[in-house]
Ligand binder design. Sequence first.
Ligand SMILES: [Ca+2]
Length: 376
Amino acid sequence: MAWLTGWKYRKRHVINPASGAGTNYQVKIKAYYGSGTDNGENVYLNEHCRSDFGDIRFTSSDGKTELYYWMAEKVDSDYAIFWVKVSEDLSVDPVTIYIYYGNPLATTTSNIKYTSLYNHGDDFEDGIRDEELWDITRSGTGTLKEENGVLKFTSSSMSAYAGYISCNRYSFQNLEVMIKVRNAEVRSAGLYVHKNHYLDWHPEAKGDFYGIVLNNSEKTCYVKRRVSGEISTLYSGSWISNTNILKIRIENSQIRFFEGNIERYNESYALDTRNLYFVYVAWTSYDYRGTDWFDNFFIRKFVDPEPTHGTWGEEEGILTLPEILHLSVNSEITRIFKDFAGTSVAKILLGTHFVRLLRRKFTLRIKDQEKEVRVK
Ligand SMILES: [Ca+2]
């Protein structure tokens, strides 16, 4: 079994299949810095990873082919939430992946774009519009600018809107699209799937669509649609917050709308969802002017039921020789040699004592004093 060069630890994880999941299904994993019992999406890395989780990697079942992943959220020295794009087919058989950690010099390779379905995600960290993904649509004096890791919308006039719109149409089947929105100053900001590429002065003025919108003048979340030219308000209610993640999920024949984790509305979709654009827009009118922003546009596959988390393997470690292990009082370290074919291939110097390895797995325990153990 191959090992990812430069990494000291890994755990094996089984993901159970679900009908229709296919290849490149995005699976959520929550990695904890500390120790605990692995279960479901939760894995504990025993303080063996970087405190900023920058050395986390995922591979396919061969132990070496790296998978795309997006680190969606983290609290240093506590936890990080990852979406991992599992390359192997999850439709019928379980798939094994590995999580690697323990490489102090590694920095994160988190990539929202290539982790997304259709390779169409954006965290706006690079400060320029990705022209493979996005066109701009706007009217009036609304401006858009990627700055400080977000997409900012600014307007100083009463009637202006601006938004990013996907360059291409996509088939909207079995997916979930999400974006984080802040709407504290402008009038409305929302997420749409839309028939039109370039929109009129207002995103709801022309062309069929579904949309979920935060409206600042009424502190309200709206779900709307326009089908065959007829506009309908499907839901309206007090918003949870002026900053939230808006989601649209299309599964089987249902379309569902979420404000944060709260489902606001669902119906059998009335709009032909096979050829739509992703759009997110902000606009302002009346006395609402200012700057708000979008962040983390992400699309993932979604089938119902979803693939589920299976078992986690025990922590496997590898020694890169020579190596010095620092053990404090009452600490314990367990390592499995993976690269060495035979037994008795390394010696451990414990103080003045030699320990010759006779097994491929060993455990060191220190009872009463701190030790520095040199392995060579
Ligand atoms: Ca960002």
